[in-house]
Design a protein around this ligand. Structure first.
Ligand code: SF4
Length: 416
């Protein structure tokens, strides 16, 4: 039997796309393999959001050169954020690659209208569903809009149809994906927004949970917050990247909001959605970020107390406004120190937040097994481990929290 190999790095969008591609190859009769050498089709789903991710893609492509030389019949394709509008240039640099295609743009050799929609065949109980591709924001440090292009929303009916089919295949929860889900729908004829889409999906029988990421503080609306508060299947978790706690840095990042606006948004979310878990992203070491400016970020995180903080160290991406306009002038050792400080700060906050959950009983959607224990997520997105001898995969279980850490929870099945 012919085999396919998909190598994926980067965000959940890439993971969702790779799952769908895999299902497509399986419909064609191919079998998945973890080894590129055994495959007759190899797809690299690339990420270039940071320089080291791009380096990994380039190294992988170089490594596959020899394989392609020994076996020229292998089909080698590249998708993801490496594929920009200059495909001719890519073809010149990597002549051993047969196909380059943009994320979500299936090329002709993949188009088979006789086959089922490209959906994961054996989806996990919680599955990613892309709802909008691309980004129109052009934050000064970010390469994504140049690579993924302008925003393109999928129609509500198409997404609803896909989610119904996923539920038929056993899915209990969906995570709607987009670089900026708050922009969803503005490019569609009736201009639906994310709240409209959530309302539609909330009515699907058999679906238990809906979540979404990522939001943008500039675009998140009160209407969406109300929808999360009132639709029973929409989970109490919001991902809202702040990036910096200093207004001048936010301006240089071209984020389009102020710290004051962000703070107000968090207050509104917390007042309308009791028990909501909030996560954010920050970048440390942005060009010319002074010690007091960095401290403002640390202070904001201390004040707002997020459940999770994703921390990135600034690195210039060629082609972005920040790389053109600013000197990358924070020494690497200083960046590392700022990263460590935020990590330590957040570890302490997450320890305290999770400790308060001890003794509570929560609903967990079981997603798999790890090291002999079942693992799943609470409605607020917290990772939970517990033991049970029966098959719990895909079940919604009541678990009593017995142990907590900054990263996860451990519990026992609550007996009725
Ligand atoms: S919102 Fe900003 S950071 Fe996010 S993908 Fe768009 S340009 Fe990049």
């Amino acid at each position: 039997m012919h085999q396919y190999h998909i190598w994926t790095i980067g965000c959940q969008m890439n993971k969702a796309e790779s799952e769908r591609l895999g299902s497509f190859f399986e419909q064609l009769g191919y079998q998945a393999t973890d080894t590129a050498e055994k495959a007759s089709i190899i797809v690299l789903n690339s990420c270039v959001v940071r320089q080291n991710a791009e380096n990994r893609v380039i190294n992988k492509l170089s490594a596959l050169k020899a394989l392609k030389r020994t076996n020229p019949d292998i089909t080698l394709a590249v998708t993801g954020c490496l594929v920009n509008s200059e495909v001719d240039q890519l073809k010149e640099s990597f002549p051993h690659v047969d196909h380059f295609f943009k994320p979500g743009d299936y090329p002709q050799w993949l188009e088979r209208p006789d086959l089922e929609p490209i959906l994961p065949r054996h989806p996990s109980p919680t599955t990613f569903v892309p709802i909008i591709q691309g980004c129109d924001n052009f934050c000064s440090y970010c390469i994504v809009p140049y690579r993924r292009g302008r925003e393109r929303s999928r129609p509500v009916a198409e997404i609803a149809c896909e989610v119904k089919e996923l539920v038929r295949r056993g899915v209990k929860g969906v995570t709607l994906l987009g670089q900026n889900v708050d922009s969803y729908g503005h490019d569609l004829p009736d201009k639906p927004d994310l709240a409209d889409l959530l309302q539609e999906l909330n009515a699907i029988d058999g679906l238990a949970r809906i979540s979404f990421l990522t939001n943008h503080p500039k675009d998140m609306s009160s209407r969406l917050i109300e929808a999360v508060a009132h639709l029973e299947k929409v989970c109490e978790q919001i991902s809202l990247p702040v990036q910096s706690g200093d207004n001048d840095i936010l301006k240089a990042m071209r984020r389009g909001y102020t710290v004051e606006h962000f703070r107000q948004l968090i207050t509104e979310i917390r007042s309308k959605i009791p028990g909501v878990a909030l996560s954010t992203d920050v970048i440390v070491g942005f060009p010319s970020e002074s010690e007091p400016q960095f401290q403002r970020t640390a202070n904001l995180l201390t004040e707002l107390r997020f459940d999770t903080v994703h921390i990135a160290v600034y690195s210039p991406r060629s082609g972005t406004a920040a790389a053109k306009e600013f000197e990358d002038n924070i020494p690497p050792a200083e960046k590392k120190e700022r990263l460590n400080k935020i990590e330590q700060l957040q570890e302490n906050i997450a320890t305290e937040i999770n400790a308060q959950l001890s003794g509570k009983t929560v609903e967990v959607l079981v997603e798999g097994k790890k090291k002999g224990k079942w693992q799943g997520r609470t409605r607020s997105g917290k990772l939970m481990f517990f033991s049970n001898n029966s098959d719990c995969l895909g079940q919604l279980m009541k678990i009593r929290i017995e142990k907590t850490s900054p990263w996860s929870l451990q519990g026992k099945v609550e007996l009725k």
